[in-house]
Design a protein around this ligand. Structure first.
Ligand SMILES: [Zn+2]
Length: 499
């Protein structure tokens, strides 16, 4: 996990919405995004309350465990105490609110406007639909005056926190693109093993390990796919698209490909040029809203766009791609390929593991023998597969071999055990310290007491749940699908703790 944090820790999600029911502790997984845009686990904390000191303790313990580095962006489901703790522990990180939690919380505040689709569109536009600050301010003012929300405390508070959620105001800090609600939602819906009210801490540890193993297997599969196959594309594999397929993972290649496709439909206008610097206006044909200012420096092929896509998500926007192409640049300049999105994000880890396994004498000794035997076995199977008699022969001989191998192995292992216990006995005789003392030193770990955290017992259904479940009595299946998650039951979504 420390290794993963080193590579992917630039964006970290700290989610405190889960409860392990038996003790009612808050279970807070600390999650990131890997090069395939899938979840990666950095750690997990159990906390009894949501006080500033508690968050401070968790974050500083986590910081210490990962060697003191700070994420560029840290996403949380709530503001109040968390923001104070983050400022203290991660002073250089940008604190942001998970847009998924924000939308859930917002819906419960809409009142009568909940059914007004025009209002909801206007609200969503303010959240994620604006590109510039001016556009956001304009849209926000119109929404507030149209729906007479000038004196609404919740909307006032939301506005005061705009830098923590508005996508138009968050472009200077890298966020790996997770500000979109879809990504955030997927991070919050890692449904797998269902924790229930009898889940103990040891049970939980198993769930945690299973989750990490599953995520790592998925990552391994995706890595394998990337290193063994090329992505397909309808575009001819030339220039930057070819280069993107070579360097990026297949998921990121798709995002780059989309930008590339948009770049084809761009119209450009050179505003002026001086000393090798070119200043352009680039937009999609007949689309004023897409217009951006692009600056290109001939000397070092550096490029900057006012949409700040690269700064925010880590790959070039269509405005930049179009201008680089116009200047006959056929490769993505190195500085615009960030390691964490490439197929080689973990290359140094693989290299080190190879070195480590090379140093381990015993496993390497078996590898050539194993490969030879696999080939021999495979050839034999191919030889036998056509006739029933040969098939039966190989199956019965395999069974016999299996039994015989077990007998021999068991005999050898028993001999080793006997030798080891004899050695231990002779050591014991030499040792004057009584062994019972070591046994007594093992501490007994007691279960934690049940915590009385806020908003737990009287659970109010949120808007989305009401929509899904209506007034029907919950069945067992509904409970499993609706409100339990991998890390326990999700807290009330109407819980006003967000801010
Ligand atoms: Zn751009």
């Amino acid at each position: 996990m420390k290794e993963d944090f080193d590579i992917y820790g630039d964006v970290t999600i700290f989610d405190t919405t889960y409860r392990t029911n038996k003790y009612n502790l808050i279970c807070a997984p600390i999650v990131g995004v890997n090069s395939h845009w899938k979840n990666v686990m950095f750690g997990c904390a159990f906390i009894a309350d949501e006080k500033i000191e508690t968050f401070e303790w968790v974050l500083s313990t986590f910081k210490k465990s990962v060697g003191g580095s700070e994420p560029a962006s840290i996403f949380t489901d709530q503001d109040l105490a968390m923001s104070v703790a983050i400022q203290k522990v991660f002073p250089h990180s940008r604190h942001r609110l998970c847009i998924w939690h924000l939308i859930k919380n917002a819906v419960s505040r809409f009142g009568a406007l909940k059914r007004d689709t025009t209002f909801k569109d206007a609200f969503n536009k303010c959240l994620t639909g604006c590109v510039t600050e001016e556009e956001f301010e304009h849209c926000w003012t119109i929404m507030i005056t149209t729906y007479k929300l000038e004196n609404n405390r919740w909307f006032k508070r939301l506005y005061s926190l705009k830098e923590k959620w508005c996508t138009a105001l968050s472009k200077d800090f890298f966020s790996a693109g997770i500000l979109s609600s879809q990504r955030s939602e997927s991070a919050n819906n890692v449904v797998g093993f269902k924790a229930n009210k009898n889940t103990s801490l040891t049970d939980f540890f198993k769930i945690f390990k299973q989750t990490v193993t599953r995520w790592r297997n998925n990552e391994f599969d995706a890595d394998f796919k990337c290193s063994n196959s090329k992505p397909t594309s309808n575009l001819p594999f030339y220039g930057m698209i070819k280069h993107a397929a070579e360097v990026y993972t297949q998921t990121i290649f798709r995002y780059f490909e989309t930008e590339f496709e948009f770049s084809i439909g761009c119209v450009t206008n050179l505003q002026y040029q001086t000393q090798g610097y070119f200043f352009y206006e680039v937009k999609l044909e007949n689309n004023e809203a897409s217009k951006q200012k692009v600056t290109f420096n001939m000397a070092d092929s550096s490029i900057a766009c006012s949409c700040k896509n690269f700064e925010e998500v880590g790959w070039l926007c269509y405005h930049c791609i179009q201008m680089l192409q116009q200047h006959s640049i056929t490769k993505i300049p190195d500085r615009y390929i960030i390691m964490r999105w490439t197929k080689y994000a973990k290359a140094h880890v693989w290299r080190r593991r190879d070195e480590e396994s090379a140093n381990e004498r015993i496993p390497i000794k078996y590898i050539p023998w194993r490969q030879i035997m696999v080939r021999k076995g495979y050839n034999l199977i191919l030889k036998c597969q056509q006739h029933l008699e040969t098939k039966n022969l190989i199956e019965s001989e395999f069974k016999k071999l299996d039994i015989l191998a077990d007998e021999i192995r068991n005999g050898l292992e028993k001999e080793e055990q006997d030798a080891a216990s004899q050695e231990a006995e002779s050591m014991q005789q030499k040792n004057t310290t009584p062994t019972t003392e070591t046994e007594e030193q093992i501490p007994t770990v007691m279960d934690p007491e049940r915590e009385n955290t806020k908003g737990r017992s009287k659970r109010i259904k949120g808007h989305f749940e009401k929509g899904k479940q209506g007034n029907k009595k919950k069945t067992k299946a509904m409970t499993a699908k609706g409100d339990t998650r991998e890390f326990g039951t999700i807290t009330p979504i109407q819980n006003p703790k967000l801010f």
